[in-house]
Write a protein that binds this ligand. Sequence first.
Ligand code: F6P
Length: 536
Amino acid sequence: MNTDNAWAAIMAAAARPHARAIRARFAEDPGRATRLTLSAAGVLMDLSRTSLDDTALEALLGLAEASGVAARRAAMVRGETINATEKRSVLHMALRQTPGVGGPTETAGVAETLDRMRDFATAVREGTILGATGERFTDVLNIGIGGSDLGPAMVARALVGPSDRPRLHYLANVDAHAWAALRAVLDPARTLVLIASKTFTTQETMANARLVRAWLADAVGEAGIPAHLAALSTNAPGTAEFGIPPERVFGFHDWVGGRFSLWSAIGLSLALGLGWERFSALLGGARAMDTHFLNAPLSENLPLLLALIDVWHGNAMGYTSRAVLPYDERLGRLPAHLQQLEMESLGKRVGLDGALVPHATGAVVFGEPGTNAQHSFIQMLHQGTRVIPAEFILVARPDHAEAASHRILLANGLAQAEALLQGRNAASVAAEMRAAGRSEPEIAALVPHRVFPGDRPSVTLLLPRLDPASLGALVALYEHKVACLGAFWGINAFDQWGVELGKQLAGPILTALEGGAPPAHPATAAMLAAIEAVKG
Ligand code: F6P
């Protein structure tokens, strides 16, 4: 089958009457939840609360076959330049030492960097590497943005506990309010600064690095600065020019995309905050998911099936967004990490051949932890005119002793998925209101507002516990999902040309803000004049 036929089969499956029904599928097949729940690497995935049935699944798997996803996966493993527009291979799996991924050069380089990261992180944690004034490092400040911030910051929030030392801080935004807030709480004599930038040219990161360098110089003098700095980068000349000694540079390679880089030297803050054992367990969890992704048959492959659900929702059903709802406060930055991972990877309109793709690509991803989300945007998921598939992430066992709180949390997460699915019809609302003694005119007026249409899809992911291994596996699941979607849609999921234009245009506008030639575009010029007028 070719891809045109595969897409036609998916669209035909979606055009069937009741293709969007979910409730009815449970009525026909009460064992559906068991049948559509799979697990791998400690992550359990329940697809039953979607409208997926055998016909849809067969059509979707037809696309998986026709798109050559297995061949693309094999090419990725072999280190072929599948990121064609940047002429790069895509080998982030090699960072977690997944067997069979990358050649001897990559494998040896990864092992060497991991050894250096381990030795450095251990020495800092044990106090054998000290600051310039002989003090122990109590705080680590990671300066980086995008993939050089979001992944590590997300994992730090998930896994670093209040008593872990050193404490981890992340500075991303060039808005110096962010630096002001950190500067107020950090002591330069006890702060280790990591400049995390693959390119070591990113404007925001370098601007923040210069501010922080000056702050260090004030406290420990120019000569003391090297003791407080390390660089995580592929740009050795750039780090040398910044004055970072080679033994404080932790490198990686251009085959690691920014949004896939938390497993590389970019994860050094995590090795420092978690300790080597837990950082290794994070890599191990990702490795377990890699092994599953590379070996499981397509019909049992979690990342591939999760990607097919996105095709079903995005292409066949026309849904344009997805809500990520982790029912765990510690996963509060996961939606932000997934926004970069998915929207930077899949926000593409041109295929590998340079032609416009004939179908929709990546969805809008947004989210917040439950139960907070229930008290903000979840109203729209239940009763809005747009259908927004939800993704619940539940954690079976908490790491606190408040069992009652955790039961409330889980009950709410499960209830939301059930409410989206089941909905509530007018008769049931009216009966409840009558039982509560409400008048008939009041019932007639309120019933339409209180009806829930139901049949709104959700996927649930369950982790036994939020530990390094399960988080590593969860993040790798999403990474491989993205790779599969790139194959299904025929796009390059590993470049990000869309971020370039704004960066280029910022140059002349900055010159104008510094008193140079006014901006060329009238709207920008007018707003710049308005800024001048109102700033006083
Ligand atoms: O926003 C574009 C981007 O290139 C991301 O892909 C990347 O994660 C981020 O900038 C940071 O880049 P660097 O690590 O080179 O500073």
